[in-house]
Design a protein around this ligand. Structure first.
Ligand SMILES: NC(=O)c1ccc[n+]([C@@H]2O[C@H](COP(=O)([O-])OP(=O)(O)OC[C@H]3O[C@@H](n4cnc5c(N)ncnc54)[C@H](O)[C@@H]3O)[C@@H](O)[C@H]2O)c1
Length: 449
């Protein structure tokens, strides 16, 4: 598992992107492949920090534009950065590589990864550009070229597509000639320069999560949390971020439609929603782990679906939530029972929907108990807060309708600690209260590490 390092940006204060300024450290020679929105912005910004930049693009028109000191794409402020760097002789471009990489410290790949016909990214530009880099690279370089990919591509691309292309051209020398990095880009068009110098985070993916001295130099002076992680964690970052942004937009619009159809001010509702930075706009409810349950979330999601249907407001995202949650419960059951012999003895720790309550209503742990019993496992349940004789009302009805055997399943702490279980399925932190023998197999379904 690659290491994760989070540290604060190295130089405090705000970085102004003054043309020609350097913030200490060495000057890098940087090749940028792909002069689209990402590559042109990177070229202008990196050159403005005093580094030397050579742009490479298959488009002769873009190369010509850059060599004339102009920006190949329109982005506010970019024309000025490129013009100034060009006047200083720190930026130029070529359409075909000759020996430009020989004295480069870093190559940054920003070619497009558009959708393929099956929805997966079309990786042909990545493959082509990697082949041209591998062909141009001298295997006996004195210093490895740091080869950083910024294009968005699926996890495993660096290891399964890029590295084999490099190896097929460079052989064993690939390992000494190239430092492979994945460095996702978080800029937004129209504010790309501001975003380049003030990113929400810097993610550097390398084999084994090793720090890259060249990437550290490149980001010198940029204030942001830095994550030095494995290639795949870095590669998936953009998918997670962009899908999350899409979820937020779709959710906002679904709520907007419902409000509009009910004659409620969506603007006011939005103001109330975003004002809550404790539970709404916060890290809460974003950690992969347990399914949602309890007396409120499933009930109120269901009721919102009803209101939406009643008012003719299509809410496809909200409609998918309960199904997604059921899918997660099944996933947890599959993980918890992986490799278990038929009829094995299992202890489920935590039956209520969270620790420190006896509320069983729509508890995902009750579903887990039911699934384990249906699959024929010999089940015990430990939850010190549940006393069947104290269950009343809906709580009682839910417990007995889903788990009629509840009285026979519950065991006391001493029994749970004494008995020999093939696996202990932990649904919450209660498992920490048990004194369990070393070597006891515990599957904690409240966390996906
Ligand atoms: N545009 C954004 O806001 C943004 C933000 C973050 C990440 N990204 C990702 O960055 C990547 C690039 O996005 P973009 O919007 O800049 O793309 P773009 O289409 O604007 O630019 C891609 C450039 O690559 C060039 N190119 C293609 N093959 C080449 C080759 N073999 N050698 C050299 N140049 C080559 C093209 O001519 C083009 O100029 C994509 O993977 C995208 O998903 C984009």
């Amino acid at each position: 598992m690659p290491g994760l390092l989070l540290r604060a940006g190295r130089i405090p204060g705000t970085l102004a992107y003054r043309v020609g300024s350097r913030f200490g450290g060495d000057v890098l020679k940087v090749a940028i492949f792909g002069l689209g929105y990402v590559g042109s912005t990177a070229a202008g910004c990196i050159a403005s920090q005093g580094h030397t930049v050579i742009g490479v693009d298959v488009s002769a028109a873009k190369v010509e534009t850059l060599n004339a000191g102009r920006a190949p794409v329109y982005e506010p402020g970019l024309e000025e950065l490129i013009a100034a760097a060009h006047a200083d002789g720190r930026i130029s471009a070529v359409a075909t590589l000759t020996d430009e990489l020989d004295d480069c410290d870093l190559a940054v790949v920003c070619v497009g990864t558009p959708s393929g016909v099956d929805g997966a990214h079309n990786m042909s530009y990545i493959a082509q550009v990697t082949r041209s880099i591998a062909t141009a690279l001298k295997p006996d370089r004195t210093k490895p070229l740091t080869l950083a990919y910024r294009s968005t591509m699926r996890p495993g691309s660096c290891e399964n597509i890029i590295w084999p292309i490099l190896e097929s051209h460079l052989g064993d020398a690939a390992a000494s000639a190239v430092e492979l990095v994945y460095n996702p880009e978080f800029l937004r068009e129209a504010s790309a320069i501001e975003d380049y110098f003030h990113p929400p985070k810097i993610v550097i993916g390398t084999l084994g999560g090793k720090p890259s001295a060249t990437m550290a130099k490149l980001h010198e002076g940029i204030e942001a949390p830095v994550f030095e992680v494995g290639l795949r964690e870095a590669e998936i970052t953009k998918f997670v971020d962009n899908s999350w942004h899409a979820v937020k937009v779709a959710f906002a619009n679904e709520i907007g439609r419902v409000c509009q159809n009910l004659g409620i001010s969506a603007k006011t509702v939005h103001e109330i929603f975003v004002s809550d930075t404790k539970l709404n706009i916060s890290p809460h409810y974003t950690r992969p782990g347990g399914a949602f349950g309890g007396s409120c979330l499933p009930k109120d999601v269901r009721a919102l679906q009803y209101i939406a249907a009643d008012t003719g407001s299509a809410t496809h995202l909200v409609d998918s939530l309960l199904r997604s949650n059921e899918a997660h419960k099944h996933h947890q059951f599959v993980k918890a029972t992986e490799g278990l012999a038929p009829g094995a003895k299992v202890l489920l720790v935590g039956l209520a929907f969270k620790a420190e309550t006896d509320d069983l209503r729509e508890s995902p742990a009750v579903d887990m108990a039911r699934k384990l019993l249906e699959a024929g496992y010999d089940l015990d349940v430990y939850d010190p807060h549940i006393a069947p004789e104290n269950l009343v009302g809906q709580n009682l009805g839910y417990a007995y309708s889903l788990l009629p055997q509840i009285d026979d399943l519950l065991v006391a702490k001493e029994e749970a600690e004494r008995r020999d279980y093939a696996v202990i399925v932990a649904t919450n932190r209660l498992v920490g209260d048990l004194a369990l023998g070393a070597g006891t197999r515990i599957v904690d379904i409240s966390v996906i590490a």
